[in-house]
Write a protein that binds this ligand. Structure first.
Ligand code: F6R
Length: 256
């Protein structure tokens, strides 16, 4: 796992957008896995800018989001489908039918989860998966204790995650108790993974993920086993890391 420490959130966001843009430029029909939450907002702003300036074309790009709350319709302003439309999809030239967010309203949620896996498989698999990290080390809604080989399924949200996310709802009672989430095994099949961590509230989780043991109690630690995972942190999130980490990815020079 490659760890890059950037000065601040803006620089972190620019690097994350560059990583995504790089994959799309090399493969215009790339399959990109996306996250919601506060952390990727700067990355999405940068991607929108690149698209508006005609430096990036989403015309053939396919996306799969990590997760969705159970019970929230796409029109609910806290649903992840709504978030993605508002913060990215409505502002770039992506075809909406090429964007996928798990269905949190399916009558048969288990069948919906199996279908999501099948759609990812049929699309050829995820070329790059963007991730945030929870204050408890979760990735997507794979809370501590989640099986490291898990697939897309319904998860019960922990009280910590519900409290962390309560800031977006009118009251704690409105925060859903369940979510559909890609599994850790699903995420690990992505060809490249970019995990973003910003702010002091992520410092403990990031240190556990990067320098602690690989354990289901810190789901993000599984990324240590991925052959092409990169962690991009700002200084505040990296404050508890003990190793020395570079500011730029170590790009392998092209063969002459
Ligand atoms: C979002 C997701 C979550 C968040 C994590 C961090 O799709 O899967 O794992 O990435 O909770 O959230 P923020 O960025 O709001 O701190």
């Amino acid at each position: 796992m490659e760890v890059i420490v950037k000065e601040d959130y803006d620089q972190l966001s620019r690097l994350a957008a560059e990583e995504i843009a790089d994959v799309i430029k090399r493969k215009p029909q790339a399959v990109i896995g996306l996250a919601t939450g506060s952390t990727p907002l700067g990355t999405y702003k940068e991607l929108i800018r690149l698209c508006r300036e005609k430096r990036l074309d989403f015309g053939r790009v396919v996306t799969f989001n990590l997760d969705e709350y159970v019970g929230l319709p796409p029109t609910h302003d806290q649903s992840y489908r709504y978030f993605m439309n508002e913060n990215l999809f409505n502002h770039i030239n992506i075809r909406k039918e090429n964007t996928h967010v798990p269905d949190g309203l399916a009558d048969d949620l288990a069948a919906g989860c199996r279908d999501y896996e099948e759609q990812i498989r049929k699309s050829g698999g995820i070329d790059l998966q963007l991730l945030g990290i929870g204050g408890n080390g979760h990735i997507a809604f794979n809370e501590p204790g989640s099986s490291l080989g898990s697939r897309t399924r319904v998860k019960t949200l922990t009280e910590k995650t519900r409290k962390d996310n309560a800031r977006f709802f009118k009251s704690m009672d409105e925060v859903p108790q369940y979510a559909v989430t890609m599994g850790i095994g699903t995420i690990m099949e992505a060809r490249r993974i970019v995990l973003l961590a910003s702010g002091a509230s992520k410092a403990d989780a990031l240190a556990a993920a990067v320098e602690g043991p690989v354990t289901a109690m810190c789901p993000a630690s599984i990324l240590q086993m991925h052959p092409a995972a990169i962690v991009v942190a700002d200084k505040a999130a990296a404050a508890k890391l003990k190793g020395a980490y570079p500011f730029e990815p170590q790009r392998v020079p092209p063969k002459k």
